[in-house]
Design a protein around this ligand. Structure first.
Ligand code: PXG
Length: 289
């Protein structure tokens, strides 16, 4: 595999970062996870935009233009023939001294890995996922704002540990007001009749790119879509619940905290949206040429 590092494609074994990189020492950096489908990079401009917003929010200057980053992603996919794959785009603060001060870091490091993705088993898309709400709360918006896809994912890692220890593959995280925020790597939606509801970003929700695509597809399909505050009550009493994310796409949830959701099987609205999403993902994107 060839890895993009600061303008060059290097062999995997040569793709190394320093132990003095503040990305390692402090989780000081930002990232994106992107998919390619059928030789096209899905929602590339949206991911690059969000990367630049994340970087801006932590006062990290990416030493490329957004167009330059997009070109680098396509070039890395091309070099690795990543036609149906997963692209990890990482920008770290770079090498600095021991000590928090980011101004000791002279040069941000840009890394792009074009590889494969670990997907949920197919069976879970047919049968639905069981998830749990966990005690680890989503970061406060004035702490590390969940809009920032930073290299510090400990909040989500700890929630994931709780879910796995409870026998589930995914966790629902609440915010400090007890409102539903999101899953550890996915957004959450509730369906009531033809109404689709997802929490607004101020609840501690990353504005997921899959989330936004699904909201648009749902409107086109005649659903009423809104951002609203949700509580566990709304999850337990929903007709359907599903998660969205770059890795998961659209995955039905049939059980939360060992309670059956709706009829306990993937619902019609979720299945229609999952199919619409797959059609859309297969029909758009930046060509890898
Ligand atoms: N919430 C959080 C906290 C995320 O990290 C999403 C929602 C969904 O956003 P997108 O834009 O993907 O629809 C994410 C995305 C991984 C991985 O390797 C994680 C994400 C995406 C891709 C891969 O764990 N998180």
């Amino acid at each position: 595999m060839k890895i993009y590092m600061n303008g060059k494609l290097v062999p995997e074994r040569a793709a190394k970062v320093s132990v003095f990189d503040h990305g390692l020492l402090y989780g000081d950096g930002v990232f994106e996870g992107i998919r390619s489908y059928d030789g096209r990079v899905f929602m590339l401009d949206e991911h690059v935009d969000r990367l630049f917003r994340s970087a801006k929010a932590i006062d990290l200057k990416i030493p490329l233009t957004p167009q330059g980053v997009a070109r680098a992603v396509v070039m890395t996919c091309k070099a690795n023939k990543t036609l149906n794959g997963y692209i990890r785009l990482v920008v770290t603060r770079g090498v600095g001294t021991l000590g928090l001060n980011p101004y000791t870091c002279s040069k941000p490091q840009i890394v792009i890995i074009a590889g494969n993705i670990q997907l949920y088993p197919r069976k879970l898309y047919d049968d639905g996922l069981s998830i749990v709400t966990v005690g680890t709360l989503r970061n406060h918006t004035e702490s590390i704002n969940p809009q920032i896809k930073s290299l510090n994912y400990l909040n989500n890692v700890m929630a994931k540990i709780e879910a796995i220890n409870a026998g589930c593959m995914e966790a629902v995280m609440l915010n400090q007001q007890g409102f539903v925020a999101e899953a550890t790597g996915d957004n959450i939606f509730v369906v009531r009749g033809k109404r689709l509801i997802t929490p607004p970003p101020w609840c501690g929700t990353l504005e997921g790119i899959t989330r936004n695509v699904v909201m648009k597809l749902a409107v086109e399909d005649g659903c009423d879509v809104s951002e609203q505050v949700l509580t566990r009550y709304d999850l337990y009493t929903a007709d359907e619940v599903f998660l969205t994310g770059t890795a998961a796409e659209v995955i039905p949830v049939v059980n939360i905290d060992r309670r059956s959701i709706g009829a306990g099987v993937p619902g019609l609205v979720t299945r229609r949206l999952a199919a619409a999403f797959r059609r859309f993902a297969g029909s758009t994107g930046t060509p890898i040429v």
